[in-house]
Design a protein around this ligand. Structure first.
Ligand SMILES: Cc1cc2nc3c(=O)[nH]c(=O)nc-3n(C[C@H](O)[C@H](O)[C@H](O)COP(=O)(O)OP(=O)(O)OC[C@H]3O[C@@H](n4cnc5c(N)ncnc54)[C@H](O)[C@@H]3O)c2cc1C
Length: 505
């Protein structure tokens, strides 16, 4: 038997962050990953091409600070402008608050775009404050409870400081849908399409679904800046791995946890599939909540909790398509090598793209985000996130269905990049069912569980489970299914590790 202070299950972004943080605080930590490599969902690769996750939206500075990584991340991040692709060639280039047409002329809604960016970034800063802490309650120690209460009180004060009319406006938009919010500010077109596509990225929701403004504001917490990690997502994962290694954390890949061990109502360690027993009084799991409960034994959870876990909504809708190109595509007046391209020519288009997924069908005209992770290469890859491609496709994701998705994606992008089809030399596809099978994440969902009002903050992943502690004493959830959710961000792992440390202080 090998003894540790803490065991972390799963070396995705959140498991890596949780393990490194615990190790930096002096704990003897073992991080166990079923796959051959660390990285989880973010690092999955459909073939030779780029990993699933291709952009960094909101890697948290709080994570960087807590992992002792200094002022800068130990990898290069290139901020990218976004090109909202248009079928008529009137592409919109968006760089933070600035929006202009690709030919350099002013966009008719440039002022509205700037004002919206400023307002949502300000609101986003309020939510970021909440994202960087565990929701208060859930059996926290008195001091921890006071600290969390203070943070939330600070959020309340910032809200008050906005003044009554602005606060009323904030609370009003928070509960509304992205479609109405955006089209109140500008007429429909590629710029509105871009805003609404960003609001529903990764979700099984359309821009008219309630609560989509909340997720948009969440993403604006870091100013809505998107960056390309140079060296691909592998560089981000390697840096997190190295932070853990430096702090003395043991990483065991190719090792699957078969059971979480308990004595009475206390966690005592884990048993691997190979039959090895590793002991620890603290176990953090970044596997999905129901998977974690099953590994522990459902008798540790009451019937109501088990029912909630079974009913968690997690239906993946985003597929990855990598296109190998003979050369980079070109658009007059646009530097595609330094751009995130988004094909969502209108808010109406995004809503229409969502509709077939409700009935288990893939969209024939999907929303696409495209990036060139290696623009300098002689024959570069174009990395696409294609939404909506539902995990539970009617008839299943056969090889023919995957081929069709690649064709649809190419054909759709060609509406704005006419030379693209002639440049594609090969394609690789990874659909949500494959993502789920590879990581254990239900439905291959971007956030392990949908980020909606009934599954966020203290209700994430479910009512009564919103504080990371999960079932028997010493067990914690630390994956994207917990507050504040997924993305390559690491806050779920960080908050869970801090909670575990506080409980044992
Ligand atoms: C197609 C797609 C594209 C995306 N692109 C981006 C992007 O560009 N930018 C961005 O910010 N976010 C992106 N995301 C979201 C982001 O990748 C995820 O939210 C994030 O990686 C989740 O990390 P996690 O650590 O919580 O979970 P996971 O990555 O799912 O990690 C859980 C880990 O636990 C392991 N595990 C499970 N069970 C066991 C067990 N019994 N024993 C041992 N190990 C186990 C799994 O193998 C896995 O490695 C994308 C998601 C998808 C689906």
């Amino acid at each position: 038997m090998t003894r540790f202070d803490a065991i972390v299950i799963g070396a995705g972004v959140n498991g890596l962050v949780a393990a490194a943080l615990l190790a930096r605080r002096g704990k003897k930590v073992c991080l166990i990953e079923a796959a051959r490599h660390a990285g989880g969902m973010a690092g999955l690769r459909p073939g030779e091409g780029p990993a699933l996750a291709h952009l960094v939206h909101n890697l948290s500075p709080a994570v960087r600070r807590d992992l002792g990584l200094g002022r800068d991340w130990p990898f290069a991040l290139t901020p990218l402008a976004t090109v909202a692709l248009a079928e008529d060639g009137r592409h919109v280039v968006v760089d933070g608050p600035n929006a202009k047409l690709a030919d350099g002329t002013a966009h008719p809604f440039a002022a509205a775009h700037a004002a919206l960016t400023e307002r949502l970034t300000r609101y986003g800063a309020l939510l970021r404050n909440m994202a960087e802490t565990a929701p208060p309650g859930g059996g926290m120690s008195g001091i921890a409870m006071m600290r969390q209460g203070l943070r939330f009180a600070r959020t309340g004060l910032s809200l008050r400081a906005m003044g009554k009319p602005e606060m009323r406006r904030f609370l009003q938009v928070l509960l509304s849908n992205a479609y109405d919010l955006i089209l109140d500010e500008m007429s429909d077109g590629p710029l509105a399409g871009l805003w609404t596509a960003d609001a529903v990225r990764g979700a099984a929701l359309g821009p008219r679904s309630p609560g989509t403004v909340f997720s948009l504001i969440y993403r604006m917490g870091h100013g809505g800046i998107v960056s390309r990690p140079e060296g691909g997502m592998e560089a981000v994962i390697a840096a997190l791995e190295e932070a853990g290694r430096k702090a003395g954390c043991t990483l065991r890949t190719d090792t699957r946890v078969a059971r979480i061990l308990t004595e009475g109502d206390r966690v005592t360690g884990v048993a691997t599939e190979a039959g090895e027993i590793l002991s620890a009084q603290v176990v953090l799991s970044s596997a999905a909540p129901l998977t974690t409960a099953r590994l522990t034994g459902l008798d540790h959870f009451d019937i109501e909790a088990t029912r909630r876990l079974r009913n968690l909504r997690a239906r993946g809708t985003v597929a990855k398509v990598n296109l190998k190109l003979a050369r980079a595509p070109a658009l007059p007046g646009v530097d595609l090598a330094s751009a995130r391209m988004v094909f969502a020519p209108s808010a109406e288009y995004v809503e229409t793209a969502f509709n077939p997924s409700k009935y288990g069908e893939m969209s024939e005209a999907p929303v696409i985000e495209a990036v060139m992770p290696d623009p300098g290469a002689a024959s570069p890859w174009l990395s696409l996130l294609v939404q909506y491609a539902p995990a539970d496709l009617d008839g299943g994701w056969t090889a023919a269905a995957r081929d069709r998705l690649a064709q649809i994606a190419t054909r759709t992008l060609a509406r704005a990049l006419p030379d693209l089809p002639g440049l594609v030399t090969s394609a690789e596809v990874m659909t949500p069912d494959q993502i789920g099978a590879a990581t254990g994440g239900p439905g291959g969902h971007w956030h392990q569980a949908e980020l909606t009002f009934d599954q966020m903050l203290t209700l994430r992943p479910g009512n009564g489970m919103g504080h990371y502690a999960f079932g028997p004493s010493g067990l914690y959830l630390c994956g994207a299914a917990t507050h504040p959710g997924g993305d390559v961000m690491g806050l779920s792992g960080r908050n869970a590790a801090l909670r575990a440390l506080e409980d044992r202080a």
